[in-house]
Design a protein around this ligand. Sequence first.
Ligand code: SAH
Length: 191
Amino acid sequence: MIIRPMLRQVRELVAEALQPGGLAIDATVGKGSDTLFLAERAGESGRVIGFDVQEAALEKARARLAEAGVAERVELMLVSHAAMQNAVPADWHGRVRAVTFNLGYLPGGDPAVVTEAESTLAALDAGLELLAPDGVMTVMLYAGHEQGKAETQAVLRWAEEVELERAHVLLYRFLNQRNDPPVLVALEKRR
Ligand code: SAH
């Protein structure tokens, strides 16, 4: 699986930013693998909110979190991440240590349910706003499908325009893969 080194990078960034007791958001729960990672890092006293618009995805994730014994620290919302700003409790604002996005469609899920540039950009704005100083936001982008190309371009343009004073913005990409490999954008909020 070519994306493995990149997913490892996501986890390293998140692990550094998110300590036990911390708050985190998974903007695209899917089958819940990032949600589970966030919940484990956040520990028993930490809290995680996850968003997805597919009930089938949330069901799978719910089972996985329960099996791992971390379900109590996670709230899964059947809500678009575009509504993140209002869906997250007011006292989380400026205190979130990590926000993860894994865009595109759910492998094995409904291929018609795919993240879209407009709602993704709204969610990225909200995520950046919610982050604590030194908090991290990661965005996995897949340009291999048609919609993903436009979304990837839109996110890269958005990321380039984040003010230097607001966050450090990094792009991780493969230099030797074929067929539009995934790219990772990572933001570290500044004080
Ligand atoms: N491309 C990844 C998986 C992405 S899963 C991989 O290859 O592993 C993306 C998830 O985002 C899906 O479960 C989908 O239901 C969800 N999603 C789509 N639009 C969304 C939205 N507006 N808000 C929240 N989740 C959304």
